[in-house]
Ligand binder design. Structure first.
Ligand SMILES: Cc1cc2nc3c(=O)[nH]c(=O)nc-3n(C[C@H](O)[C@H](O)[C@H](O)COP(=O)(O)OP(=O)(O)OC[C@H]3O[C@@H](n4cnc5c(N)ncnc54)[C@H](O)[C@@H]3O)c2cc1C
Length: 428
């Protein structure tokens, strides 16, 4: 037994654990709907993979309302989005507007929106343990830069990405593909400066193939197979995705740490190797993501598990949270997979139901973000950020309503969440 010094930080209606795009939206939504809300984030900014992971492209956002729309309205009004090239046009025949976003603008938006809504935000604070009473969470141990704290809430939201809170509370989960249990790869993103002035970026698979071929012809191999090189709205800088690491499991810190070392070393070496290519002499690494990008962690088992049939048939639900229009996007799962190795199939637009946010086994817990309940292939489709933000806004609203009505999440009528999300402008 360790002798822990623990101070009590008080009681809240709703405790949101993890401040990625899902957790930030959950906390804002919960507080706006009247709940005394705390948001616990182990890093030093909100946005998670979007900001700390430096993944500045919010996909499947066009049919979203609510906080997603507020974020884009804010970014657009500050010239902090950038149109991407490409063939996709909207219903009025216009090029679909850019979803490359300024990550500092996103951090500001989440900070300000949390402050305006009255959320208590705890940075540098990691949820480390739970106290259970029967099948409810009765308190959290939060390890922070400033010592250890305990806190309580009526309803908890797991927005940790990896489903760490649900795991601590005893929920069952799975991770990995159905055949070999190989998890989707992780990637460490790079910000570079000094790209050739005329270069336009890789907005299609063909662009990515061409860029990778240019590297290969000069003897530069990248573990990601295809290079993604995307211009940022500001800073004259570029986001580059060039590396994959395999077999990184959410309950294995050594695999995660190895991935970070590999990702950072490969990124630096590849950027330096560019200097032998005419036009790329001035390419430098500005920074790498302060957190590695984790595509797939624990998929917690919930009262509804989004299945392959759901996304192939485009299933709709009475308790829908949002409409997913992004297809299956499974990357290489091991180093000897080929770039052309497509595991997946076409999907029809489908709903994420509220029941996929309600875990089995723990009564006062909701899920938001990439740990919601779904199978491997559906996860590789719904995990993009427009949808993850929607699950956050829905979970925050439902948590606040559960507190107000003294109801458990599983007893709460998901049709009300659907009505709320529609009223917020989400296409269902
Ligand atoms: C390499 C890569 C590329 C991607 N590309 C795109 C793309 O182009 N477009 C797109 O839309 N999506 C993309 N995605 C998917 C998308 O970024 C994620 O699925 C989404 O951002 C997940 O959001 P989240 O809030 O659920 O989780 P996360 O972003 O992982 O946030 C979880 C948060 O919880 C915090 N946390 C974790 N554990 C604890 C704890 N115990 N206590 C306190 N805090 C904790 C973390 O610090 C983090 O801030 C990509 C993902 C990856 C990995």
């Amino acid at each position: 037994m360790y002798d822990l010094k623990i101070r009590d930080i008080g009681s809240f209606d709703v405790a949101v654990c993890g401040g990625g795009i899902a957790g930030a939206c959950a906390a804002i939504s919960s507080a706006r709907n009247g709940a005394k809300t705390v948001l616990i984030e182990r890093g030093g900014s909100l946005g998670g993979t979007l900001t700390e992971g430096f993944m500045p492209l919010i996909l499947d956002a066009d049919n979203k309302g609510g906080i997603v729309k507020e974020l884009f309205d804010f970014l657009n009004s500050h010239n902090m989005t950038l149109a991407r090239r490409g063939d996709r046009v909207d219903k009025d025949g216009m090029r679909i507007p850019g979803r490359m976003v300024d990550t500092e603008g996103c951090k500001y938006f989440f900070d300000k929106s949390c402050a305006d809504a009255g959320v208590t935000v705890l940075f540098y604070s990691q949820v480390a343990a739970v106290k259970m009473k029967d099948d409810k969470i009765d308190g959290l141990l939060v390890v922070t830069e400033c010592g250890n704290y305990s806190l309580k809430a009526d309803v908890y939201v797991d927005a940790t990405g990896n489903g760490s809170l649900a795991d601590l509370a005893g929920c069952d989960w799975e991770c990995g593909d159905p055949d070999e249990k190989k998890p989707s790869p992780t990637s460490l993103a790079v910000c570079t400066v000094g790209m050739p002035r005329e270069y336009d970026g890789t907005d299609s698979t063909d662009d990515k193939k061409q860029y990778s071929l240019m590297l290969r012809e000069r003897g530069i191999e990248i573990s990601g197979g295809l290079a993604a090189v995307k211009k940022l709205p500001s800073l004259s800088a570029w986001n580059m995705g060039i590396n994959f690491q395999y077999d990184v499991m959410p309950d294995d810190i050594e695999s995660l740490s190895r991935a970070v070392t590999e990702g950072r070393c490969e990124s630096f070496e590849v950027i330096e190797a560019h200097k032998s290519i005419p036009g790329y002499e001035n390419l430098y690494t500005a920074f790498t993501g302060s957190h590695i990008g984790i595509r797939e962690g624990r998929r917690i088992f919930g009262r509804y598990r989004i299945s392959d049939a759901d996304i192939q048939e485009g299933r709709r639900h009475d308790d829908a949270v949002c409409l997913v229009t992004f297809g299956v996007d499974v990357h290489k799962l091991k180093s000897d997979d080929t770039d052309e190795c497509l595991r997946g199939y076409r999907t029809k637009p489908y709903n994420i139901p509220y029941r996929a946010l309600v875990p089995i086994g723990v009564e006062n817990l909701l899920l938001a973000g990439r740990c919601i309940s779904g199978d491997f292939y559906p996860h590789s489709s719904y995990r993009v950020m427009g949808n993850m933000a929607a699950t956050g806004e829905a979970a925050g609203y439902a948590a606040a309503r559960c507190v107000r009505e003294a109801t458990l999440p599983r007893e709460y009528d998901g049709k009300d969440v659907k009505t709320f999300m529609q009223s917020r402008g989400y296409e269902i």
